[in-house]
Ligand binder design. Structure first.
Ligand code: KIV
Ligand code: NA
Length: 266
């Protein structure tokens, strides 16, 4: 498609065309990922740790998310831009969730919102969808609940499978157009993908979801930390930047840069 819309993702599921998603929080990378043909760009609240330096996703605000959303959406021509509703912007009830979703849609330039939680978020999802705003769900490991979940843990193992499936079905029933499955056993993710009609988007959920998503700083190798098991690094941007910055510093200090080529004449 010339412009990816939520309906295309459903078509992709029906025809078995797997689709790709990446996060972005800034104008430059969003433009690159759009040009590369990434189908969905998520303005993730992972911007909290990756761009703002917070120690979790919890502190990021609606207004901060809107700034990231504007930076991304103004660079994108084709990808579907989805923006995360941050912690605290929807848990207090459907009315608050709707008000914040409307604010984010009015000002961020995104085409859809995403929020975390299955059964517990059904009323919020339904209210936002009712207002004409497409919603992406997010179940399994939900980072905004990291303190309740006791850390970064695989969800839906063993007896947890039943709850995970119920959560995905609740998201579907509430009217969401797609659902992220984060850190769930591949077999359970495959089962959910078969049993619901909306597309599933996996991160640490194995190969059988309808789409895949990675956090861009993980996929590009920007972080100094060892990547988690489900991450594949497609580049080593941190190493490249580190080496480049060291070389620049050395060349400034020894007078190699700038040369006449970089200088203006009278
Ligand atoms: O904020 C984020 O990066 C996300 C993805 C991991 C799905 O929610
Ligand atoms: Na997120």
């Amino acid at each position: 498609p010339k412009l990816v819309r939520t309906a295309h993702l459903k078509e992709f599921k029906q025809t078995g065309r797997k689709f790709s998603c990446l996060t972005s929080y800034d104008h430059m990378t969003a433009g690159i990922f759009d040009e590369a043909g990434i189908d969905v760009i998520l303005v993730g609240d992972s911007a909290a740790d990756n761009s703002l330096g917070y120690s979790s996703t919890l502190p990021v605000t609606v207004d901060e998310m809107i700034s990231f959303g504007r930076a991304v959406s103004t660079a994108v021509k084709r990808s579907l831009v989805v923006i995360d509703m941050p912690f605290g912007s929807y848990e207090t009830g459907a009315a608050d969730a709707l008000a914040n979703a409307i604010k984010m849609m009015k000002t961020s330039g995104a085409a859809a919102v995403k929020l975390e939680g299955g059964e517990r978020s059904g009323a919020q999802i339904a209210a936002i969808v009712e207002a004409g705003i497409p919603v992406m769900g997010h179940v399994g490991f939900t980072p905004q609940s990291v303190n309740a979940l006791g850390g970064f843990k695989v969800q839906g193992r063993g007896e947890g499978a039943e709850q995970l499936i119920a959560d995905a079905k609740a998201v579907e029933a509430a009217g969401a157009f797609a659902v992220v499955l984060e850190m769930v056993p591949a077999e359970i993710a495959a089962q959910v993908t078969r049993e619901i009609s909306i597309p599933t988007i996996g991160i640490g959920a194995g190969p059988d979801t309808d789409g895949q998503i990675l956090v861009w700083t993980d996929f590009a190798g920007l972080s100094a930390q060892k990547p988690r098991k489900f991450v594949k690094r497609y580049a080593n941007i941190r190493e490249t930047l580190l080496e480049s910055a060291r070389q620049y510093a050395a060349e400034v200090s020894n007078g190699e840069f700038p040369t006449q080529d970089h200088s203006f004449e009278n």
